[in-house]
Design a binder for this molecule. Structure first.
Ligand code: HEC
Length: 140
């Protein structure tokens, strides 16, 4: 190899390296920046970090169907405090979101368990406290 070719090869390797690091960095940023939430296994509406992560999940994945105020529509159930949702335990709600049900799509492949718990914590945080407490009793 001539010196010129060696120089070109080095420049090419450096450029590929820079592109690779850029892509890897962008991928890292796409992950949720909430390591504190790893290991979450309940829809704790009192966990403000979980609720705020859930707000993001809900607005991206759920709101188009269930509505900004959890009101649903003619074909889609409401998820608010006066709906049937608080009559179900956390485990039942988790299973519905993970596996889908009827015309509700399954999210087990597109959302992490933590993101599913977070979306449920956000939904529950909008319920009146007495409804939250009654639903909490179903989890015991
Ligand atoms: C394509 C529209 C659609 C999307 C998107 C959607 N849902 Fe649903 N969801 C439904 C339908 C329809 C049902 C009723 C399913 C049935 O027939 O039992 C339902 C039911 C539910 C229920 C059970 C309510 C109850 O009281 O029985 C929960 C909880 C729920 N969805 C949460 C979510 C969450 C959380 C997301 C986002 C991660 C989401 N849904 C995204 C359409 C949707």
């Amino acid at each position: 190899m001539s010196q010129r070719n060696i120089a070109i090869a080095i420049v090419a390797i450096v450029l590929v390296g820079i592109i690779f690091l850029g892509v890897a960095g962008a991928r890292r940023e796409a992950q949720p920046q909430t390591p504190e939430l790893s290991g979450i296994n309940s829809a704790d509406a009192g966990n403000t970090q979980l609720v705020s992560a859930g707000r993001e999940v809900y607005s991206t994945y759920c709101q188009a169907c269930h509505g900004v105020a959890f009101q649903g529509n003619a074909n889609i159930p409401a998820l608010g405090g006066s709906s049937s949702t608080p009559t179900r335990s956390d485990a039942e709600l988790f299973a519905i979101v993970q596996n889908g049900q009827g015309n509700m799509p399954a999210f087990g492949n597109s959302l992490s368990d933590t993101s599913i718990w977070a979306s449920l914590a956000y939904i529950k945080s909008a319920w009146p406290v007495d409804i939250q407490q009654a639903q909490e009793a179903l989890n015991e």
